[in-house]
Design a protein around this ligand. Structure first.
Ligand SMILES: NC(=O)c1ccc[n+]([C@@H]2O[C@H](COP(=O)([O-])OP(=O)(O)OC[C@H]3O[C@@H](n4cnc5c(N)ncnc54)[C@H](OP(=O)(O)O)[C@@H]3O)[C@@H](O)[C@H]2O)c1
Length: 245
């Protein structure tokens, strides 16, 4: 059950590499955390166990965000345990390369239904709760610098992230002044085997700040957005300047 006065964060993709670090850091900084996962139950449990020492009331739930009934069920379960929602972070996402001429309907569904449809309906469910609360709350979507780049082999992924940046702005406009809605667009934070440009040292040469990102770099942006009262509808790029290259 929510503790009086303690802020609550709902985060999807809490079993992800970056998502789990964000969930843990939020618990460390004083939030009760409700995290969702899809297939990685063990990783979600490990994350929750780490969180419980800071935030014993925290909870987790399985939820395939590409299915709207799953999202509704997760929010029902959330509402049984928590009576406020201060921060929603939509981190659940699929990422893999696709060759444009050969993109299959299945790949499109798994990338776009998770990343875009899942984010949209999670935001919609979160906003329904938030609009009924007597205080300002916040939504942060997790996108990607690739939303602004033209990558040859990731079209459904980059299209989904560009569209999430768009809906971030629409939600910000529709739900102002009650909900502040922003996006964080990381560069590479952890090396993904699917990533095709080369190893970490090679990538660092293309980053003005000469290193790939760390979860702490993303957390700084998240904490800024949790404190700011006058920023909405923005995409904050956290990439060490990579997009300038
Ligand atoms: N890490 C980076 O370098 C980087 C760079 C740019 C942008 N980002 C963005 O930052 C966010 C977090 O990244 P990450 O490193 O944590 O990603 P990740 O390690 O690939 O994890 C992806 C997360 O999304 C969940 N997920 C995938 N499909 C799902 C579905 N259908 N329903 C519900 N959850 C689903 C996964 O859950 P299960 O494993 O439980 O299935 C997992 O928790 C993502 O939005 C990503 O696009 C990350």
């Amino acid at each position: 059950m929510a503790l009086p006065g303690k802020k609550v964060c709902f985060i999807t993709g809490g079993s992800g590499r970056l998502g789990s670090e964000v969930a843990f850091s939020l618990a460390q900084s004083g939030y009760s955390v409700f995290l969702t996962y899809n297939k990685s139950e063990e990783k979600a449990e490990e994350t929750l166990n780490n969180i419980l020492s800071f935030s014993p009331e925290s909870k987790m739930a399985q939820c395939d965000v590409s299915k709207v009934p799953d999202i509704e069920e997760a929010f029902r379960f959330f509402a049984e345990h928590f009576n406020r929602l201060d921060l929603l972070i939509t981190s659940a996402s699929n990422f893999y390369s696709t060759t444009l001429p050969d993109v299959t309907e299945g790949e499109w569904h798994s990338l776009v239904d998770t990343n875009l449809k899942g984010t949209f309906f999670t935001m919609q469910a979160g906003a329904k709760l938030m609009t009924g609360q007597p205080f300002v709350s916040r939504i942060i979507t997790m996108t990607d610098i690739s939303a602004d780049l033209v990558w040859k082999n990731f079209t459904p992924y980059t299209a989904s992230k560009t569209a999430v940046q768009h809906i971030t702005k629409v939600f910000a406009k529709v739900f102002a002044p009650k909900i502040l809605v922003n996006s964080i667009a990381p560069g590479t934070v952890t090396i993904n085997p699917e990533w095709s440009d080369g190893p970490e040292d090679e990538l660092s040469k293309h980053i003005p700040l000469q290193r790939i990102g760390e979860p702490a770099d993303i957390m700084e942006a998240i904490m800024f957005l949790t404190r700011s009262n006058y920023v909405t509808g923005q995409v904050i790029t956290v990439d060490g300047g990579r997009i300038l290259h």
